[in-house]
Design a protein around this ligand. Sequence first.
Ligand SMILES: [Fe+2]
Length: 288
Amino acid sequence: MRSCLTRWQCICRSLCPLLAAPVVWLLRLVWPPKFAFRAERLDGSALRPPAGALRVLHASDLHLSQGRLAVRRLRRVVEAAHERGADLAVLTGDFELPISVPRRVEVMGLLSELCSLMPTYACLGNHDYKIDQQDLLRDLRQCGVVVLVNEAVTVTINGQELRLVGVGDFWKSDLAPEKCLSLKEDDNAWAVPTLLLVHNPDAILMYLQKFAWTVAFSGHAHGGQLRVPFTNWYPLAPIRHNYLARPGLHEIAPGQTLCESAGVGNFLGIRINSQGDAIFLSIDEPKQ
Ligand SMILES: [Fe+2]
């Protein structure tokens, strides 16, 4: 009896992918995954201390090994960067660069193009901790992407000093904010506006609220890939704080804003009532 059940389990397990394939195909036919560019605006006082006007292109969760669609989407992001321009780009993890050499070369060409247009900074997502992580880091850096893993850099953009910080992923036990962020009460903690790149927005509420940063950029939730109609409920979003799956701006605390992206790529190509996105965030000139 036991061996019979085991055999059935084996059969079911091997049939599951075969049965899932037509279901996924049907869902994609009924709800083709959509993608849009989202424009968000923040008041000039959002940066602490106030700084000059700033335009940020935020793209997250590229998942570039998930087929041609993902690569086409990255191409659209680079084209939009050409057309609309920005002062810098931030990429908030889950790259999953393609394994196949021709597609990887194509993707690296697109990322290099983006880096030639504007300085580009990145943090890692939970999918970026695989056995080939060193290859991923090498290839991203070769494209010109500045990858920050519990690291900070101070840069001058538009004549304005900014601090860019990227933290490691907390699902992968690699979150070490004390290495790269100041506590709110530290001397000089607010001397330069800090932009924080953190893949999973849960990490902000659970671990990062005591640190000094002004605008954080996250992804990971993919807008749940399913939003219940007429609600902001994302039942499949892999985060504890479900409301943070809503793409756009969230005020976390006075002077601390989260910019959440629904992501460029997706899992299995299914998105129901929850489109993917890349965000152009404009921070206004502060009022005199
Ligand atoms: Fe992701």
